[in-house]
Ligand binder design. Structure first.
Ligand code: UDP
Length: 256
């Protein structure tokens, strides 16, 4: 049925050739993976929710001047994006200790970090995405020092904005992962935010209950992943009770 040219297939998404030059179609699958794909399941409806949540977040970020690959949503599972040369780094920003930093440094999950910490991981599934430093990044030419500076400035702005956005709807942004790419236009190159921002790539904890509203529900076999992602979408104002999305802003949650 599908005659579009597949450019790349990842664990949770597929990229197809886009309808215009320099564009791609980003398709969100229902696949959930963890521990470098050793754990793998289909979770019906996850792709649809991530498509909408990521659209919402990228649109808000564009409004504050963050350059992103997002052009427009095409349908329930797909969005039109700008083609980039992906920088092979997963850039993680952490506000609260959880996951790998808790293990590596022996920090109890939930401990507020003294300040936001940026980490770089080399995107390589065979190696399990190892943590790397700026020395590795520049020595191996994955990005140059100027690009690293630009990426660090962008992720700090993204973190500030998203922390406030989520706090306003009763959610603590514990950490998140983003990816960047080089976009070429008329002999000009600029670094833009690519990939997705969704509960697959963030840790989102309810402020009141500490309830996990993110992919840790899958990683840790807690169940209720779809309900958690729906809750995030509902609080963002992009999902109403009957499931039909509407286009309003975030719904404030009073903290009493
Ligand atoms: N993350 C991600 N993709 C990855 C690894 C991590 O989106 O391949 C996200 C993860 O959801 C979390 C943050 O990056 O929000 C930090 O993850 P961590 O290093 O703690 O790794 P994990 O505990 O997932 O192994």
């Amino acid at each position: 049925m599908n005659r579009r040219r597949k450019i790349y297939e990842g664990k949770a998404k597929i990229l197809y050739e886009g309808p215009e030059p320099s564009t791609l179609i980003q398709h969100f699958k229902d696949d959930a993976t963890a521990f470098n794909a050793q754990k793998h399941e289909q979770i019906e409806g996850k792709g649809v929710l991530n498509n909408r949540i990521s659209e919402y977040v990228f649109t808000r970020l564009a409004e504050i001047g963050i350059p992103t690959h997002f052009v427009r949503r095409l349908n329930m599972r797909e969005q039109l994006v700008r083609e980039v040369e992906i920088i092979p780094l997963e850039v993680v920003v952490r506000n609260v200790a959880a996951g790998s930093i808790s293990k590596r440094l022996g920090l109890e999950e939930g401990t507020a970090l003294p300040r936001s910490i940026i980490e770089f991981y080399y995107k390589n599934d065979k190696l399990g995405d190892p943590l790397v430093t700026e020395e590795h990044i520049t020595a191996f030419n994955w990005a140059n020092p100027q690009e690293i500076d630009e990426i660090m400035a962008l992720v700090l702005r993204i973190n500030d904005f998203l922390s406030g956005l989520f706090l306003g709807i009763g959610i603590r942004l514990v950490d998140f992962k983003v990816e960047f790419g080089r976009h070429f236009e008329n002999d000009m190159m600029r670094i833009i935010l690519a990939d997705e921002i969704s509960p697959d790539s963030c840790r989102l904890w309810d402020v009141e209950t500490q309830n996990r509203l993110d992919k840790d529900r899958f990683r840790r076999d807690m169940g209720g992943l779809i309900e958690a992602y729906q809750e995030v979408a509902r609080r963002l104002g992009i999902l109403v009770e009957n499931g039909h999305p509407k286009a309003s802003g975030p719904v404030l949650v009073s903290s009493k």
